[in-house]
Every structure is written in structure tokens, then in C-alpha cells.
Ligand binder design. Structure first.
Ligand code: SAM
Length: 276
């Protein structure tokens, strides 16, 4: 192939993936919007709705890159926490909405104890994420850790939810990453993965192929000055196992009640599983 990914050894794949994300880090967000026409935002929103984190949730977002999932998580739990607290306060103390709003101005932990740990192997992606967090005013509840999905730098049974969005296809040994996900989750914890998948509509499939092979590398060249990285993106999507096969891999790692949901005719899928 153009990028030679089919012939590189497993050892080399990690290095190539690193180069790709190092190269695209600064343009990563704008490229996502351009390539998906903004639809990646809806897919990520849906991942959060499926997760439905309640106040207190400890999330590990692996391959978290520039923080898209982490920021959505913080927004979601904050809204949940405020909504719940406000209702309780109003019911218990008969306060007016104005009095409640005042109370919330002094609230020390608007997340109700929820925390998100973003883990990514690429320090350039994390750097962009941290800058975004600062620019958007996220101060608490968020930590950034450099680490490999195949060898997570965390103790066993630490997290309630493990998420990975558009990350797992970049990992060299997917089975190892899944085992690590299982290890770091608490019993009862949930695994959630958003990833490109197999298109299930023949017409959409033809259009999608055309778009992927003809348009995406060109966009990559024009916007990010990087044809090869976006060629890699398209190739890595094609090589990722279809919905059912990936479901089996998740089960093989020890997860139970594994299900998936195809979105946008299967362009992406959300897989879910529990450590029981
Ligand atoms: N989750 C983010 C999102 O949805 O916008 C970023 C996804 S980006 C396509 C893929 C990310 O996976 C990159 O930030 C890359 O550095 C990271 N990555 C690749 N291999 C990894 C590994 N073995 N462990 C952790 N992160 C990895």
C-alpha cells in the first residue's frame, strides 16, 4: 500500500501510529469535523448517552487524544449532578430556584465526585487536549496520563467505566488492550467502544468507499499537509474487524452481556460489555 502498513511488522506498527498522530495532532480536531462533516460529534454524544454516567463515576478514557470524550463526560455528569441536587434541595428545603442557583455558585465539586482519566500513548495529542481543557475552563475532575492501552499504568479494579473512541483499531494487539480494559475495571464496570465498523448498506458502502479512498487523503493533504497519515486512517478502518467479530473478541477478553449498536449504516458501531 501507499503507506506500507500491510507489510510492516507488529513492532513497526506502534511506531508508525505514533508518527501519524504526532503529525496530525494540531489539525486533528478540524480534520475530524471536515472528514465526517461534523457527524463524529453526534457519534460521540451518543456514546455519552449510552454511558449515562451518574455523579461519582470514575471513567478511564483510553486513546483519549485531544479529550473529546472526556469533555463530554464532564459536561454530562455536571448536568446530571446539578439537576439531581437541585431537585433534592427544592424538595427538602423548599428553596426558590434563585436560592438554589446561589448555593451552586459556591459549590466546590460540581461533578459530585466524578473523575475522568485520559490516557493516550501520544504526548502531542495530550498536549493539544490539555490546551483545550484550559481554553474551555475545565479545571477539576480531569487528569492526563501518557500510557499504552496494551499495558495500562493503573492498578486492577480502579474504574467504573472504560471508554475508547476511534482508538482501538490503532492498537497493535487488540486482544491485549481488551484484557487490560477488563483488568482495570471494577466488578460491575462497563466497557464501551466507539469505532469504525462495517457498512451494512450496499449503496452507502459504494459511496463510502469512493469518499474514503478519493476524498479523505486529498483533504488530509490540503488541510493538514499529510496525505500518508490520512491514507493510513482509511486503511486501518478497512482492516478493523466487523461488528460480530469484534463482539467475540470482547467476549474472549472476559466481558459479559456484550452488545453492539451500528450507527449511520454501520460506518461506526458502539460495543458495550460488562465485567461481572
Ligand atoms: N478518542 C479521541 C477521539 O475520539 O477524538 C482520539 C482518537 S484518535 C483517532 C486515536 C488515538 O489513539 C490517538 O490519540 C493515538 O495516539 C491513540 N493511540 C494509538 N495507539 C495507542 C495505544 N497503544 N495506547 C493508547 N493510545 C493509543
Amino acid at each position: 500500500t501507499h503507506f506500507g502498513f500491510e507489510t510492516v511488522s507488529e513492532q513497526e506498527k506502534g511506531g508508525k501510529v505514533y508518527q501519524v498522530f504526532e503529525s496530525v495532532a494540531k489539525k486533528y480536531d478540524v480534520m475530524n469535523d471536515m472528514m465526517s462533516l461534523g457527524i463524529h460529534r453526534l457519534w460521540k454524544d451518543l456514546l455519552l448517552w449510552r454511558m449515562h454516567p451518574l455523579p461519582g463515576t470514575q471513567l478511564l478514557d483510553v486513546a483519549g487524544g485531544t479529550g473529546d470524550i472526556a469533555f463530554r463526560f464532564l459536561k454530562y455528569v455536571q448536568a446530571q449532578y446539578k439537576g439531581k441536587q437541585k431537585k433534592q434541595l427544592r424538595a427538602q428545603q423548599n428553596l426558590s430556584w434563585e436560592e438554589i442557583a446561589q448555593k451552586y455558585q459556591n459549590d466546590e465539586d460540581p461533578l459530585g465526585g466524578s473523575r475522568v482519566m485520559v490516557c493516550d500513548i501520544n504526548k502531542e495529542m495530550l498536549k493539544v487536549g490539555k490546551q483545550k481543557a484550559q481554553a474551555q475552563g475545565y479545571k477539576t475532575g480531569l487528569a492526563w496520563v501518557l500510557g499504552d492501552a496494551e499495558e495500562l499504568p493503573f492498578d486492577d479494579a480502579k474504574f467504573d467505566v472504560y471508554s475508547i473512541a476511534f482508538g482501538i483499531r490503532n492498537v497493535t494487539h487488540i486482544d491485549r488492550a481488551l484484557q487490560e480494559a477488563h483488568r482495570v475495571l471494577k466488578p460491575g464496570g462497563r466497557f464501551l467502544c466507539l469505532e469504525f465498523s462495517q457498512v451494512n448498506n450496499p449503496l452507502i458502502s459504494r459511496l463510502y468507499d469512493l469518499y474514503s479512498f478519493q476524498v479523505i487523503p486529498v483533504l488530509g493533504e490540503v488541510i493538514a499537509g499529510d496525505w500518508k497519515s490520512y491514507q493510513y486512517l482509511v486503511e486501518s478502518i478497512r482492516k478493523f474487524p466487523p461488528q460480530e467479530d469484534f463482539k467475540e473478541m470482547i467476549e474472549d477478553a472476559g466481558f459479559q452481556k456484550v452488545t453492539y449498536e451500528s450507527l449511520t449504516s454501520g460506518i461506526v458501531a458502539i460495543h458495550s460489555g460488562f465485567k461481572l
